[in-house]
Design a protein around this ligand. Structure first.
Ligand code: NDP
Length: 400
């Protein structure tokens, strides 16, 4: 029996779990293991009557390697899908190593005390995973994730070399709150309040947060302001895609979000430095997370579309070529299907597909790999089949 252990039971995990249950031929058994077991049990109660996949649940503290090892040894999954938070990546990788179990995640490791997104901590496991004969698939969400698969697909089918990549992440969804984040608020705010950066001629160029702004007319959504951010897949794509001269990442933000964020920053609420409050140490950003809406609850109230994709510029047969691969997605459509908003959906589906690639052996090499290092074709096909059909444009409007 093919089994997957899913760690975490938040917004993204909920979608991945729904999708595993729709795909019972591959996922014959799943275990949902998270900090709060009642959330896992509630999902099991909802989904078990609808699926052949046998669902089990467990409580686990994923910061504790021994607890993880004991759970993996008792359930014996073929793959562990890490949908907890980036802070747990290394402990879960350690447990996978100890039990010789394949590993998949959607976000790179980040130490709790420094908001720094880098692959160096996880890439340091390469040799250990190779020796153990197991695979770690890093970044199987949308961005990172599908953006890497799009890049590998563009390289394989459309270019001899890709010189420029612009990743454009447009969220035109409206949840009606003055301020809320569409995935874990702590991780989201750490990401957008950090300095921006991009890679040009092999070097990182750093910018002030939100310093570089462009306006882009997104198909299916319309014209939006977008801002250059640092994003983790820039680091791996610059190494893995042949011919890269520059790679940038832009995300759209509405004025209300930016005004609230500035105000929260100005009063110190986004800080990750602990402070004393009534005799107890608290981290302002973690307190802020506690008062903001839970992203998993945004589904019923979010309307509008997202459009995420990559514009590639490079050469084919000696000629300049431009190519845009993207996915437009409607929030209400995915709410109807799995009760979630689009960001959880567009991350949870590729997470399930990544685990499927490993469990079925379609992607099979020992070591630690970013997603663009595998054959993109079966993943691109699976996106079409499992709810994220993509579109392409051979004459896209470019970003200056
Ligand atoms: P949520 O906060 O909704 O869910 C996180 C889950 O992990 C919760 O169920 C939480 O438990 C559980 N958890 C946290 N700490 C532990 C722990 N120590 N032990 C066990 N379980 C734990 O986050 P999201 O679902 O929004 O995001 C999940 C991941 O997906 C994040 O890493 C995020 O960065 C990534 N992501 C990736 C994207 C991509 O495109 N690549 C896009 C969006 C998100 P509890 O229920 O008790 O809080």
């Amino acid at each position: 029996m093919k089994k997957c252990m899913i760690i975490g039971c938040g917004g993204v995990a909920s979608v991945a779990i729904h999708k595993c249950c729709q795909n019972s031929e591959v996922f014959e058994g799943i275990m949902i293991a998270s900090r709060t077991k009642s959330k896992c049990d509630a999902l099991k109660e909802k989904l078990q009557p609808t699926t052949k996949t046998v669902i089990e649940t467990a409580q686990v503290n994923a910061d504790n390697v021994d607890e993880l090892i004991a759970l993996i040894e008792s359930y014996k999954p073929d793959v562990v899908l890490n949908l907890a938070l980036p802070y747990q990546d290394l402990t879960i990788m350690d447990a996978c190593l100890a039990t010789k179990t394949h590993y998949v995640d959607t976000a790179n490791y980040e130490p709790l005390d420094t908001a720094k997104f880098e692959y160096k901590w996880q890439w340091a496991y390469r040799e250990k995973f190779e020796k153990a004969g197991i695979t770690a698939l890093l970044g199987s969400g949308f961005d990172p994730g599908v953006t890497g698969v799009f890049s590998a697909y563009a390289m394989k089918h459309h270019f001899d070399e890709i010189n420029y990549i612009d990743i454009l992440d447009c969220n035109g969804g409206d949840h009606g709150y003055p301020f809320a984040t569409n995935f874990n608020p702590e991780i989201n705010i750490r990401e957008v309040s950090a300095k921006g950066s991009y890679i040009e001629d092999g070097k990182w160029i750093e910018t002030e947060p939100m310093e570089i702004k462009r306006v882009y007319d997104f198909k299916g959504v319309g014209e939006k302001d977008m801002y250059l951010l640092h994003h983790e897949e820039l680091e791996s794509l610059a190494l893995n895609i042949k011919g890269i001269k520059r790679i940038r990442f832009f995300m759209t933000f509405g004025q209300s979000y930016l005004t609230h964020l500035k105000c929260l920053e100005n009063v110190g609420m986004t800080s990750i430095e602990p402070i004393m409050y009534e005799g107890k140490e608290i981290v302002p950003l973690q307190f802020l997370k506690a008062v903001l809406p839970d992203p998993a609850s945004l589904g019923p109230r979010t309307v509008g579309k997202t459009n995420i994709g990559c514009i590639f510029r490079g050469k084919k047969d000696g000629k300049d070529k431009n190519y845009y691969l993207y996915k437009i997605f409607d929030n209400q459509e995915c709410y109807k299907e799995v009760g979630s908003q689009a960001i959880s959906y567009t991350t949870g589906v590729p997470a399930m597909i990544g685990a499927m690639m490993i469990i079925t052996g379609q992607w099979n090499k020992a070591g630690v790999y970013n997603i663009e290092e595998f054959d993109p074709d079966p993943f691109m096909e699976a996106l079409n089949k499992w709810g994220l059909p993509w579109e392409e444009d051979f004459n896209p409007v470019l970003v200056d």
